[in-house]
Design a protein around this ligand. Sequence first.
Ligand code: 6GP
Length: 799
Amino acid sequence: MTHADLRSDTLRHLEFSLGKDLPHAHVYDVRMALSLAVRDRIITPWFASTRAAYAARGKRVYYLSMEFLIGRLLEDAIVNLGLMDEARAVCESCGFDFATVLANEPDAALGNGGLGRLAACFLDSMSTLGCPGHGYGIRYEHGLFQQRFEDGVQIEEPEEWLRQKHAWEFERPEVMYGIAFGGHVRDHDGRRVWEPDEQVLAKAHDTPVIGWRGRWANTLRLWGAEAVHGFDLAAFNRGDYMGATAPEALARTISRVLYPDDTSDAGKELRLRQEYFFTAASLRDILRRFCGEHEDLAALPRHVAIQLNDTHPAIAGPELIRLLHDEHGMDFDTAEDTARGCLGYTNHTLMPEALERWPEWLMDRVLPRHLEIIGRIDEGHARAHPHRNAHILSDGNVNMGELSFIMAHKVNGVSALHTDLVKDTVFAELHRLHPDRIVNQTNGVTPRRWIVAANPALRKLVGDTIGPRWVSDLERLSELEPHVDDAGFMDAYAAAKRTNKEALARWLRETQGVTVNPAAMFDIQIKRIHEYKRQHMNILETIALWNAIREDPNGEWTPRVKIFGGKAAPGYVLAKEIIHLINDVGRVINADPVTRDWLQVVYPPNYNVTMAERLIPAADLSEQISTAGKEASGTGNMKFAMNGAPTIGTLDGANVEIRERVGAENFFLFGMTAPEVVARRTVEGHAAQAIDASPRLAQALEQVASGVFSDGDTDRYRGVVDNLRHHDFFVVCSDFDGYWDAQRRVDAAFRDPAGWMRMAALNTARSGWFSSDRTIRGYMAEVWDIAPLIAPASDLAAE
Ligand code: 6GP
């Protein structure tokens, strides 16, 4: 395909799909027209993949997830189809800057953080590998809230990505299911029959997901909620205009907002309804597809692998039993075994507040038949294991973690350490009863987005050095390793990093009005704001460093820009206080003429996937400083490593595996291990002891408490300060000195530019294992038992 083809298709869409003449076109029109022209090129491989999947009569994977944090899609499609140069030329020939056109697309922020972004990387890898499957989720009208700062305080505003037409989706009004809620269960001739009293329609919206080089495309199917009878004409005719639209508004509530919370049970009936809504619609769709191809429902596990992305779709177990037993007449035990044969469950966090539990009364009200089925699953499990303590139903709650475990044939953690902790803590007893069920699948990220699209400078250098095959075979990055001794290569590597840092500096100047020095170290912590992720430890270290520089302004310092990004759940008061503190500290420090050349704090608001794509390639240092045992895996840590930013971090989550692979000498380790953290917490007054032992920390805390950063307001940070002084569950104080020392090792290392770059390049060369292609291969082999339908890209001749 030539630039002329893409251009004529774009102009045709501009005219006939957008109804615009080029001289009058806005950037929106050009972006939409280009998107439609690119989308057209996905259709043929998409149909071919669907036909191949049907022809194979084999197994398909269904990835059920409340979140798909896909971000922007245009550049992704262009990259995967290899249309970069053509697309750029089309924009330029139309008189538009390519980057501006790409930037016009709203981020599809249909997720909170790691779990949702992982689902998006998995879709990319499944399509790249030719693993036939679908993603199933909710088409939220409002994605994750928009964050802005008012005097340093987080303000949440509704996100409006669907104000404009969504270029990538196909609405499927013919694929619609009635999803029932509420009512009662009655006995009919010895059969239990659910008589619901409410119904909402689930309508499908499909987005094709194209893999690398356009060899395969799967579907992301998102459900939108609609009312059965959307408009009450009688009410309207009575003059009750609000009442007339009430049924529609009520039904639509289900797919209206993404819950802005990634670690705690929202405890809302609406959330339970959302979970059932998309799970039930997806299962109906899966059974419809299966029944169109096969007769015998007992064969379901041979054709269907359903992955539960955390417990949010856990109701899939009882719902599948209900469909097989109540509706298709399979006997209960066979239905339960059949369901289990299909289901896999991924656990993404050990945080106790994130393990979903629904009050039985609520489940009874919303899903009465499911509560009965859950009771029966629980009793059956108790009969098989008479001395067990782990129950699905306990203390008036339905424990969705236990339900997921018992209903899945495989359960996985997301890093080696996390999987061990899953075995030893939350599911210790169930693991003992089912020792073969838990497996590990360490997370990964897609190099198509996180290197090829996000870091063109590095992509070019890697391609020039080792050829093109690394993109679908990331372990080949190791072929870069011999080049770290080659001065020419290292100069080019440093130049690529410098290009990215200059681009970030420009963006910060243009959008935030902040001037930073691209020669300074860009030290970046981007992720949800949470006490366990310890952004407050980072900002306390910043204060201590500020103090140290002021005491000795002529000392040997390393210039640093500390960059933060991330949102706090709106109801998480302490996390919001941490955001305020970072902004306050930044305001004071950035205004200090003595330290300005050495230390700056920058916190651009509204961190999202697009901002991550901008920050990560420009990073020198990756902050992965969670309390050991708390971060299940992390995936940002992998993106930084690939893009040549060494980690400062604890032995937590996938940091452990990153360090093993990149080498201990290319990783700045500090802090207690997971068992040491547990032991430390039992020491009475551990926080006070640590503060007494660290004059630096004591001083920084005292400055925060006494209002140095809050215009003398001694109340503003009482929450954070009291928590650290008296509770400190996340052992910030006890890890502080270790963190400080590690940062000084970082400073010293950065003062040797050649040594630093070598470390950065070794991080890139040794991070090939963290491709989500590797992760998906692991799921295919160990959880889904499915083979790809295309040959491995590594078998292809180099393009
Ligand atoms: C996150 C974990 O916190 C993170 O460590 C991990 O990398 C990511 O999942 C992907 O596995 N968990 C969530 O985002 C979450 O909502 C319920 O967990």
